[in-house]
Design a protein. Structure first.
Length: 128
């Protein structure tokens, strides 16, 4: 695991701004967590999709960069299954496959009751 890349991941200013914390990180795997506040809610009082997406994207960034090479996202999609319950969301990123220059991840987002509320699929470009 590359300590400089992990330090860069932990220094993500936007993730800090919206309250995301890095819970666990290892090569090809990461868990992130976010406490839901009033600032995360949309106009109909459910968590704004962009907040959920950012939580999942941060987990992807941590897991893919923990392998020791700079990896940037090139494509992602997310499916929302249901509104979350409780005060916390957790995202878990797992590597699905990797080649020399591309990687694929599946990121599941759970609410406080451990209900799957969203799933992201992400592809990253691994820089040389």
């Amino acid at each position: 695991m590359n300590d400089d890349l992990i330090k860069a991941i932990k220094n993500d200013r936007f993730a800090k701004y919206i309250g995301i914390e890095l819970v666990r990180v290892e090569p090809g795997f990461a868990v992130t967590r976010m406490e839901i506040t009033e600032n995360h809610l949309n106009g109909v009082d459910i968590v704004q999709g962009g907040a959920t997406y950012t939580l999942a994207d941060y987990a992807f960034a941590a897991a893919s960069n923990a392998k020791g090479r700079i990896t940037v996202g090139v494509q992602s999609s997310i499916t929302y299954f249901k509104p979350p319950k409780g005060k916390f969301l957790t995202a878990q990123a797992k590597e699905v496959s990797a080649t020399r220059s591309l990687c694929s991840y599946s990121i599941d987002v759970f609410d406080e009751t451990d209900t799957l509320i969203a799933r992201m699929s992400a592809c990253g470009y691994i820089k040389a």
